[in-house]
Design a protein around this ligand. Structure first.
Ligand code: NAD
Length: 289
């Protein structure tokens, strides 16, 4: 029988939650999508766009009778939602999330959903954009993109299979990692770059001549800072949740910058060029892949 969810509850109908809803609808893999959120305007918008079929005014109603629940809120909001849904979960209700950090989500599931862990599957779609809210949702957001699953030791193979089928119906590919491995990898390739982009834009914006700087900033600046347009709340939560791994990556980066600074101070063109050449050679195959 093809994969089918009769009722999906999306808690947080933004870019990610809304895109999952649209993708599952397009695939014919969901009967009804119930949305719950904290912004009525966003929920109304999601409803009018056909992202969700019903707006739930409280969490009990949202999750009652749901086959699957997707937590798609900033990771700092997950604890309160898990606590609130715990008494209303059916025995077979699948609980998954889309949070960008995984050790914190796993710990929160263990703390707030202890009787339900067999059906809990932490997940992170490696797809997104700097835009937020239901209006940014797209049915094709996950096509060909990776989704990393970090199952708990208590997660049942059947629950992993159901969440895998959910993401496959959205067009995604699946990878498995431990939560520790996940958070270390994404501190390096996602969380650090966001911190750097925010820092650069903020640094320049505080200058007396910011207007002139931004007037002449061109495509290099745009490419480097695109992700500084992302949701500050979401990135505050990610940075705090993955603080230790992010601090470690920041320290590595500072060491690397000091090396470049020393080369620049010494007018050591060979040392500068060696770094630039290594980076250029490393980036090309990554981009091609
Ligand atoms: P978003 O801002 O577009 O959507 C989040 C939604 O959650 C908003 O509609 C907001 O109103 C709602 N919300 C916030 N707090 C809530 C609460 N307490 N109760 C109910 N609703 C609440 O954000 P997004 O980009 O969809 O991100 C959602 C999750 O997915 C985050 O955990 C984020 O880390 C993760 N994620 C984001 C991306 C990305 O590129 N944007 C990629 C992968 C994973």
């Amino acid at each position: 029988m093809p994969f089918f969810i009769q009722k999906l509850a999306v808690l947080g109908v933004g870019l990610i939650g809304g895109s999952v809803a649209l993708a599952l609808k397009q695939a014919g893999a969901v009967g009804e999508v119930v949305g719950y959120g904290r912004s009525q305007a966003n929920l109304d918008h999601a409803y009018s766009l056909g992202v969700i079929d019903h707006i739930a005014t409280n969490l009990a109603v949202a999750v009652q009778g749901a086959d699957a629940i997707l937590l798609a809120v900033p990771v700092g909001q997950m604890a309160a939602l898990m606590q609130a849904i715990a008494p209303h979960l059916g025995a077979d209700t699948l609980v998954t999330d889309a949070g960008s950090t995984k050790q914190d989500v796993a710990a929160l599931m263990a703390q707030h959903l202890p009787a339900h862990l067999a059906n809990c599957v932490p997940a992170h779609p490696i797809a997104g954009a700097e835009a937020s809210g239901a209006s940014a949702a797209r049915a094709d957001l996950f096509v060909g993109k990776n989704v990393v699953l970090t199952p708990l030791s208590a997660t049942s193979p059947a629950a992993v299979a159901r969440v895998s089928a959910l993401w496959q119906a959205c067009g995604a590919k699946l990878s498995n990692m431990t939560a520790v491995e996940h958070d270390a990898v994404f501190a390096a390739v996602s969380h650090l770059p966001h911190l750097l982009a925010y820092a650069l834009v903020d640094m320049l914006a505080q200058r007396d001549n910011a207007e002139t700087l931004f007037k002449f900033a061109a495509s290099g600046f745009r490419d480097f800072t695109r992700i500084a347009a992302s949701s500050p709340e979401m990135w505050r939560d990610i940075a705090l949740a993955n603080r230790n791994a992010l601090l470690a990556e920041l320290a590595h980066y500072q060491t690397h910058l000091q090396h470049l600074q020393a080369a620049l101070s010494a007018a050591d063109g060979a040392a500068l060029e060696a770094v630039f050449r290594r980076a250029q050679a490393a980036r090309a195959p990554w981009l091609a892949a």
